[in-house]
Design a protein around this ligand. Structure first.
Ligand code: ADP
Ligand code: MG
Length: 801
């Protein structure tokens, strides 16, 4: 920005007594050039004015307009985050996904020619933060945890909540809490209680739907100004499918092949729902369109024509109407809808595909991609959360010359990351969502329809560089009748015990009056408090005033501290605080199929069970959790490493993460419970005593087989399950004679209700307390903390050289 502009901002700001200090930055020339094309750069002045004159500002701008990369730079140049300026505290930016936190930090560092310790990131397992950090990108979970220890966020001068339109639970809580933090910091400043400066809050959204934040007087007594960054979006033509394909994965491949064969250059972005689908599609496209595959094909074709005989390779045929790629939308009405609604899309059995993996199910021919062949290679790049970070960054690299970029992504590419050069979008219309049945706590990963707002975000990705096309693999009738306008805020979909406990641990005791952007049902809040009180995590409310219960030192505090999941409070499991549904975050998720390498699944059913037997031989055959712990223990004992993972069919990233997590828990435990004996024994075999990992007990059904019902005498309601459950095929117990009683960590609903993280056990001691049946059978609170019980294998730090 010019000095003239800087002076202007300075002048307008001086009216309020805010003095500004300017930092001069040097950007690489290509960055300078690229910045000129970002609409937000032209808005620097009004944005900085608004920020300097208000404590809270809302910025709305299309995805790709430059919000995430530029706003932190505006602030940095204005002196925020620099010691000695008016606003020396750090610039904090939250992201709902760690992929985004990492890649945005490195992008901004690059744009400002600064180091990764100056512009850093912090995610659950990894951080580049240092004392000299000025700009810090982090996941929203990280900031929530910081609030628990430093409610005033003294280290920061400004917090930017990015992607607020996604309405993740963390975002909503953060905005509520920050609305209070800002008040406090302002009050302290005006009373000169401390010399920390007031805190500013910037809420950024990719949509204009911000009334829940901006016009919510419970949140902000004076409505914050809303700055709209004008969109610089090229027109995108949307093509609906005639019918909604239930096999949208094959349909996506077919569509990509057609676009590639017939339409002019430009990147293709395919939206699918998860890693399995994405890897499958990438593999199939690779087999057909990678440079190698094409060269192979050309070599086989005999005789190889000489360049001059053959002439130049004809340009792909261009049909400006796109009629041959996509029949225009025809509204089929009822018949079509019947297919859509009854189709099994909502019941995709994510877990079971591990079992029927005896080779590829479809050949390329069956997929129909043989029909057209292009001589132009595809540069195929997958994008999903579990992908190692260096591979994630590949989406920003220009494809090798003469090839077409094809990105196959989850909804990470919907608003978080803007991939350059995309001209065609293929939208399957679905996304995988973590859902909980509020009444019974059963967790499902459901593939469900996206909202109209998401569909238009996805389509918009095609119009960044020029006019584009979006191919929707669903009909307009389906879209009109079954897509919600917007997706529901997550806080209304999730069980709220976790929310309540999180808030209580931050000493927000009166949860019912919390300034939620969209308040959850009071009744549910009340219920959550009751559950937590019965579990011993909250002190009984004084005088029965619901909404005032405090967290208990022991269980509640410990639970929060070690991030135990409140539903399974008495377990060792750790709360998943980063809302990336794809990543196994805690031990409760790390049941065998998560750590088991994909390769093991692929080799065949036999290998699958072999690897299972191998895992069992490393540990214990009666408990899934122990088996995992044993595998991790063995891994650590072996000093980690790729070789171990290959030999044992486990996923290196998962092993590394569990290892880090264990080190982390160990530190937390040491720091908070010094009196607890956390010495780890070398013994890899768990003792006979089986601490129940969940107090839900099921009993073998009289019908035989692996069907379980609620144990006798335990009311269904207390169990939270009203139907029979089955031991998940990935469990250690699946190959054994079915034990009489089983405790389990979690339930997952696919085609039936599966129990995962299972262990055989003896019946629980059930006792009654008031009208609630409390399930406690073993006096363990946290597996990792249990004295005298199962001992964790020793933590062995990996050699860092
Ligand atoms: P918004 O937050 O408004 O969606 P961003 O600030 O994320 O926009 O993106 C602005 C521009 O920066 C986009 O054109 C995007 O492609 C580009 N960009 C972001 N990260 C990178 C990167 N790592 N490499 C190259 N370009 C990037
Ligand atoms: Mg952004």
């Amino acid at each position: 920005p010019s000095t003239a502009l800087a002076t202007q901002i300075k002048e307008s700001a001086e009216g309020t007594g805010i003095k500004r200090k300017f930092i001069s930055v040097t950007r690489p020339q290509d960055v300078e050039d690229a910045r000129l094309l970002l609409p937000i750069v032209a808005e620097e002045q009004p944005i900085m004015e608004a920020i300097l004159l208000n404590k809270v500002v809302v910025i709305c701008g299309e995805t790709g307009s430059g919000k995430t990369t530029q706003v932190p730079q505006f602030l940095y140049e204005a002196g925020f985050g620099t010691p000695g300026s008016d606003n020396p505290g750090m610039i904090g930016i939250t992201q709902p996904r760690r992929v985004a936190a990492m890649s945005m930090a490195s992008r901004v560092a690059h744009e400002l020619s600064l180091t990764s310790s100056k512009v850093s990131y912090q995610i659950r397992y990894d951080a580049t933060v240092s004392p000299e950090t000025s700009i810090k990108f982090m996941t929203d979970g990280v900031l929530l945890r910081e609030l628990a220890t430093d409610f005033l966020l003294k280290k920061y001068s400004v917090i930017i909540i990015d992607e607020a339109h996604e309405r993740s639970m963390n975002t909503d809580i953060l905005i509520g809490v920050l609305s209070r933090v800002i008040k406090l910091r302002e009050q302290m400043w005006s009373e000169k209680k401390d010399d920390i400066k007031p805190l500013r809050l910037i809420i950024m959204s990719a949509t204009l739907r911000v009334t829940d934040f901006a016009e919510n007087t419970t949140l902000f007594s004076t409505p914050p100004p809303i700055i709209n960054v004008p969109a610089r979006q090229h027109p995108v033509t949307t093509h609906f499918s005639r019918r909604t394909a239930s096999d949208y994965v094959s349909e996506a491949i077919r569509k990509a092949s057609k676009i590639h064969a017939r339409l002019p250059s430009g990147g293709i972005l395919i939206f699918l729902t998860g890693q399995n689908e994405i890897s499958g599609v990438c593999r199939k496209l690779e087999a057909r369109y990678s440079r190698k595959a094409i060269e192979e094909r050309q070599r086989k074709r005999k005789p190889v024509p000489r360049e001059d005989e053959y002439g130049s390779i004809p340009l792909p045929k261009v049909d400006p109407t796109h009629a041959d790629v996509e029949a225009e939308d025809v509204d089929l009405g009822v018949e079509d809808l019947a297919i859509d609604v009854d189709g099994d899309v909502a019941d995709i059995d994510v877990d079971m595909d591990a079992l029927d993996s005896d080779g590829e199910t479809e050949t390329n021919e069956e997929l129909g991609i043989d029909a057209e062949e292009s001589e132009t290679p595809m540069h195929i790049v997958p994008l999903y959360a579990l992908l190692p970070s260096d591979k994630q960054m590949r989406v920003f690299e220009p494809p090798p010359s003469g090839s077409r970029l094809v990105v196959v992504s989850t909804n990470v590419a919907e608003t978080s990351l803007t991939i350059p050069g995309i001209r065609y979008v293929i939208d399957c219309g679905r996304a995988k969502e973590r859902r909980y049945d509020v009444t019974n706590g059963i967790q499902t990963f459901q593939v469900s329809w996206i909202s109209k707002a998401s569909a238009s975000q996805r389509a918009g990705r095609a119009g960044r560089t020029g006019p584009g096309h979006c191919y929707r693999l669903y009909s307009s009738a389906l879209y009109e009748n079954y897509f919600d306008q917007f997706s529901q805020p997550e806080i209304l979909r999730m069980p709220i015990e976790g929310v309540v406990l999180q808030m209580k641990s931050m000493h927000i005791d009166s949860v019912v009056n919390f300034p939620f952007p969209t308040p959850p049902d009071r009744h549910n809040l009340r219920k959550a408090e009751t559950t937590l009180t019965h579990l011993g995590a909250l002190k009984p409310a004084i005088g029965g005033v619901i909404g005032q219960a405090e967290i208990t030192e022991e269980l509640g505090g410990r639970c929060h501290c070690s991030r135990c999941r409140p539903r399974i409070l008495e377990d060792e499991a750790l709360v998943d605080e980063e809302s990336d549904a794809e990543e196994p975050e805690d031990l409760s998720h790390l049941t065998s199929e998560d750590v088991r390498a994909k390769e093991a699944r692929k080799i065949r059913r036999k290998a699958f069970f072999e690897s299972q037997a191998l895992h069992s031989s490393l540990g214990n055959n009666t408990s899934d959790v122990f088996r995992i712990l044993s595998v991790v223990g063995a891994y650590e004992y072996a000093g980690g490493g790729h070789k171990f993972c290959v030999e044992h069919f486990v996923r290196p990233k998962a092993m590394e993460e569990i290892h880090k997590l264990r080190v982390q828990i160990d530190n937390i435990v040491q720091a908070n419970f010094p009196d607890l004996d956390t010495k780890f024994s070398k013994n890899l075999q768990p003792p006979n005593k089986n601490p129940a990992v969940r107090k839900d007990i099921v009993e073998k059904n009289s019908s035989g087989g692996r069907q379980y019902t609620t144990a006798k005498g335990i009311p269904y309601k207390a169990m939270g399950i009203a139907e029979d459950v089955f031991i998940h095929p990935s469990s250690v117990l699946a190959n054994e004679a079915p034990p009489e009683y089983v405790v389990f960590l979690e339930t997952v609903r696919t085609s039936r209700v599966w129990i995962k993280g299972a262990a055989s056990t003896l019946p629980a001691i059930i006792y009654q307390e008031g009208h609630n049946h409390i399930r406690r059978n073993v006096d363990t609170s946290c597996l990792a903390l249990e004295p005298g019980g199962w001992e964790l294998p020793p933590i062995k730090q990996k050699d860092t050289n």
